[in-house]
Structure formats: C-alpha cells, structure tokens
Write a protein that binds this ligand. Structure first.
Ligand code: SF4
Ligand code: SF4
Length: 56
C-alpha cells in the first residue's frame, strides 16, 4: 500500500516537507510519491489544499 497523487495536483509543493520518509518529489508534470518509501501515514493528504494524495 502507498499513497498516490492524482492529476488534481497543482504542484504547490506543500506536501513534500511534511513527508516523514521523504517519499514525495517533484515530477515532470506534478508531484509524485515513491511507493517503495511511503508508509501510509496520511500527512500529505492532510496538507494538500486540493486533496490530491489518496491511499491506493
Ligand atoms: Fe509520505 Fe505519509 Fe504521504 Fe506516504 S502518506 S507519501 S509517507 S506523507
Ligand atoms: Fe500537489 Fe497537493 Fe502536494 Fe501541493 S500538496 S504538491 S497540490 S499533492
């Protein structure tokens, strides 16, 4: 299990520093989560202004 950032992402960058395992990075079109690092804490979902990160 891991969180996934949907295409609703507006690349604001707010979630990146909130991830305790540094799983979030800026991709080509939007921010992305490395599924191999994500521990499903939900911090990114709580921070995101548009609700883009969701548990897969
Ligand atoms: Fe990082 Fe937690 Fe979001 Fe996974 S759910 S990407 S561990 S902030
Ligand atoms: Fe994208 Fe939401 Fe993260 Fe901002 S907080 S970069 S909109 S996923």
């Amino acid at each position: 299990m891991a969180y996934v950032i949907s295409s609703d992402c507006i690349s604001c960058g707010a979630c990146e520093p909130d991830c305790p395992v540094n799983a979030i990075s800026q991709g080509d079109d939007q921010y992305v989560i490395d599924a191999s690092l994500c521990i499903d804490c939900g911090a990114c979902e709580a921070t995101c202004p548009v609700g883009a990160p969701k548990p897969e």
